[in-house]
Ligand binder design. Structure first.
Ligand code: MRU
Length: 349
């Protein structure tokens, strides 16, 4: 019987940056990596919302997984379905751009009772890890021996429940002995590349070089980059996609220099209700992130205190700049996703 299987403390889930066991839900604080490896216990949906807003928990798939595990923990602690639903609404509003969160929450809202909430949350975690494995294999097939690959933001184990999306494919190519090298854009303003991707590559012993974002053009011009791999936060039906601010400029550079540009994402990142990139809501964040740097070292401001700032967290890259999308179901090179065979995206319920 489900009830006896999913009693308190019955879930044991282990990710690089999230875990759930008899101690409850814990996340690796991504705000202070790589200087500090600090695990934080999450006790309530309010705490999880705060962590998502502060980017202690981040990355499109991980935000969805973290939200549903928070709800599963509520179910384990005896909260009613009504309380879980109202927490779900609150969590869903925490970050607007990545659609994975809404997809995951929707699945929880369909739960018939509290024990189903736990079962569905666990399924979402395990499914996300499995989706990562599929994308890693398919993406790695595109990578040739000795290639230099440029990546942006962090799309690895820190951003998912598994090996990652774009970075998962890169890691898989390395494991296959392809002798690759990675150029990591630092990814201003919050430096997910310089802090998190560099940390993950270092852990995996993958050769990499960290660059400032504005160095990518000159590397491409010198023929030093053979391929770009990025993730996505929301892919519209026509192939336009939102990803970390700065992705668009890398895509334009790749097109100009004839460098293949690949987007790796699970089906949970596709939003067929969103017809094109103009319909994607873009989160704007606080000005001090651009006036200086925020991190484990605290807040360092180098601009005038009140410098006017524009700080969108994501931009939209037109699908026409994408060489191929690597989904969990396969690789599609068409810029027009309407042309994909029926059921191509949604093989997993
Ligand atoms: O603001 P963040 O760090 O959550 O942004 C993350 C990204 O833009 C990633 O590229 C995207 O979520 C894909 S991660 C698998």
């Amino acid at each position: 019987m489900l009830i006896s299987i999913f009693m308190i403390g019955s879930m044991v889930l282990n990710g690089l940056s999230i875990r759930y066991d008899k101690e409850g839900l814990q996340v690796l604080n991504q705000q202070v990596l790589p200087q500090k490896e600090e695990w934080i216990a999450v006790h309530s949906p309010e705490e999880m919302v705060k962590m998502i807003l502060e980017l202690k928990v981040r990355g499109a798939p991980l935000i969805g997984v973290s939200a549903v595990l928070t709800l599963a923990q509520m179910a384990e602690h005896g909260h009613s379905l009504a309380e879980i639903h109202s927490a779900a609404q609150m969590l869903q509003q925490s970050r607007p751009t990545a659609v994975n969160l809404a997809h995951c929450i929707q699945r929880i809202l369909e739960a018939k009772d509290e024990s189903s909430v736990i079962r569905i949350a666990e399924q979402i975690f395990l499914e996300d890890a499995a989706l990562c494995n599929s994308m890693a294999r398919l993406g790695a097939d595109l990578i040739q021996q000795e290639e230099n690959i440029l990546t942006y933001c962090n799309t690895g184990g820190l951003a998912t429940a598994g090996v990652g999306t774009a970075l998962g494919a890169i890691k898989e190519a390395h494991l296959q002995g392809k002798n690759i090298h990675v150029y990591v854009c630092e990814t201003r303003p919050l430096l997910q590349g310089g802090r998190l991707t560099a940390w993950e590559l270092q852990q995996a012993n993958i050769p990499y070089t960290l660059i400032c974002d504005n160095m990518a053009a000159s590397l491409m011009d010198k023929g030093k980059i053979q391929r770009v791999f990025v993730g996505a936060d929301r892919i519209a039906a026509n192939g336009d996609f939102a990803n970390k601010i700065g992705t668009y400029s890398i895509a334009v550079l790749a097109k100009y220099h004839n460098v293949p540009f690949h987007v790796v994402a699970p089906y949970t990142t596709i939003d067929m209700q969103c017809l094109n990139g103009d319909e994607i809501a873009i989160e704007e964040r606080e000005a001090d992130e651009v006036r200086g740097a925020l991190g484990s070292f605290g807040k360092v401001l180098w601009s005038p205190d009140n410098a006017p700032v524009y700080n969108p967290s994501f931009d939209v890259t037109p699908g026409s700049l994408v060489t191929s999308f690597v989904f969990d179901t396969g690789v599609i090179s068409s810029m027009n996703l309407y042309a994909a065979p029926k059921g191509f995206y949604l093989t997993i319920p």
